[in-house]
Design a protein around this ligand. Structure first.
Ligand SMILES: CC(=O)N[C@H]1[C@@H](OP(=O)(O)OP(=O)(O)OC[C@H]2O[C@@H](n3ccc(=O)[nH]c3=O)[C@H](O)[C@@H]2O)O[C@H](CO)[C@@H](O)[C@@H]1O
Length: 378
């Protein structure tokens, strides 16, 4: 293997882009010994922290998402032009061999600069409807590695699309592999319902789920409930549950989410690409409430793929309107009442798991670079 292979992993802006990037970095290191990795991101503190604490070098480049008003448009153009020039300079200095874009605005300038310099590029896309960056760049890059095969319709006809699945964090893969080796025994613990708001929490779930829990009353009396609220929403959510509610644990964020989800019977959550990929690995039946303001309603598209496979039920926040609490209660009631239905959904969830996503993207990178792919993961 060459020790002169320099790969830049570009993107960030939210943990949902950085986590798959870190999972991919680990796979690249195990299949391409000697590779040198550099993360290029937006400079946001959480991003810098996540990357550096995983032991990788990090460089911040100017980047700005598409604007909502004409005043921001000027800054959008200038910042991204600066990002493009800084990226071009960095790629020349690093003598980069390959650039991998994690998707989103934060990867656009670096990927475009790489294309301009003739450096091979790979894009990752975690959703069933592509973001604008992926759509724009898809015809210029060597490969687009997708979390959903349904995304093809949104890509350039010139794009080479590989459906790899979305790489999940090592904590999920570790638990997944342990479970594969040791089949699950019927749970002796109390059944568990997890309300997962996601990285920033979900106000809708924070407002409605305490009422749903109250409506279900005795039906949930044997259940343990964990409600993840998001930063800044813990106290308000906690206050919506009765003070003597010892079955409910509220937390703002869960670091070791994998250990919890692998011991969970029902999840109520949004339909972010990473969350769904993780639920598939953990095999947890879900009641999914897609975030209605997600760009081009991509969360609904993500959720539909899982619902069509029988892995989740979808509650449409817009359609439900004032009846949202009732709709949630109805869906959750049915799942709580039927172990058989939960088992069927668990099996359907498991068919969607892509434990080799990071390895498959790493393999594609090796093919593009025309270097050997070391099979035995370290
Ligand atoms: C509102 C919005 O537009 N969100 C988008 C954003 O992801 P967003 O960050 O909203 O959601 P994702 O589900 O993709 O990622 C959240 C990540 O945070 C983790 N987590 C969350 C809570 C917690 O307590 N602990 C924890 O570890 C989850 O396990 C997951 O890995 O980018 C995703 C990937 O492009 C899209 O699919 C989402 O639609």
């Amino acid at each position: 293997m060459s020790s002169s292979l320099e790969i830049v992993i570009a993107g960030g802006g939210s943990p949902s882009h950085v986590h798959p990037g870190l999972a991919l970095a680990e796979a690249l290191e195990s299949h391409l010994p000697g590779v040198s990795l550099l993360f290029a991101g937006t400079g946001r503190p959480f991003e810098r922290h996540l990357v550096r604490s995983a032991g990788y070098n990090y460089v911040a480049l100017p980047a700005r998402p598409a604007p909502h008003n004409p005043i921001e448009a000027v800054r959008f153009v200038t910042d991204n032009a600066m990002g493009f020039m800084a990226a071009a300079w960095m790629l020349r200095e690093q003598q980069s061999s390959l650039v991998i874009g994690l998707g989103g605005f934060a990867s656009a300038a670096t990927v475009r600069a790489a294309v301009g310099r003739g450096i091979p590029t790979v894009l990752m896309e975690q959703n069933a409807v592509t973001g604008r960056t992926t759509r724009w760049l898809s015809g210029m890059v060597e490969s687009v590695c997708t979390g959903f095969s349904e995304v093809n319709a949104y890509l350039s006809p010139l794009a080479e699309v590989v459906h790899t699945g979305t790489p999940s964090r090592p904590q999920f893969l570790k638990q997944y592999r342990q479970r594969q080796q040791k089949p699950v025994l019927p749970a002796s613990r109390e059944p568990r319902l997890v309300i997962l708001g996601g990285a920033s929490g979900a106000q809708t779930l924070n407002q409605h789920m305490p009422q749903v829990v109250a409506m279900l009353g005795d039906e949930l009396k044997d259940w343990r409930i964990v409600h993840q609220t998001g930063e800044g929403q813990l106290q308000a959510t906690e206050a919506r549950y009765p003070a003597d509610q010892s079955r409910v644990l509220t937390v703002s964020y869960i670091d070791e989410l994998a250990s919890l989800l692998f011991e969970t019977d029902i999840v109520v959550c949004r339909a972010g690409g990473n969350t769904l990929a993780e639920l598939a690995l953990a095999g947890v039946p879900a009641v999914v409430v897609p975030y209605p303001d997600a760009a081009e309603n991509h969360q609904m598209a993500n959720a539909r793929v899982y619902a069509e496979a029988g892995a989740c039920v979808v509650v449409d926040e817009w359609q439900a309107g004032a009846r949202l609490t009732e709709c949630l209660a109805t869906e959750i009631r049915q799942l709580v009442a039927s172990q058989e239905r939960r088992n069927q959904m668990r099996e359907a969830m498991e068919t969607l798991a892509r434990p080799n996503a990071a390895d498959d993207i790493a393999r594609r990178c090796c093919e593009i670079l025309d270097v050997g792919f070391l099979h035995a993961a370290a």
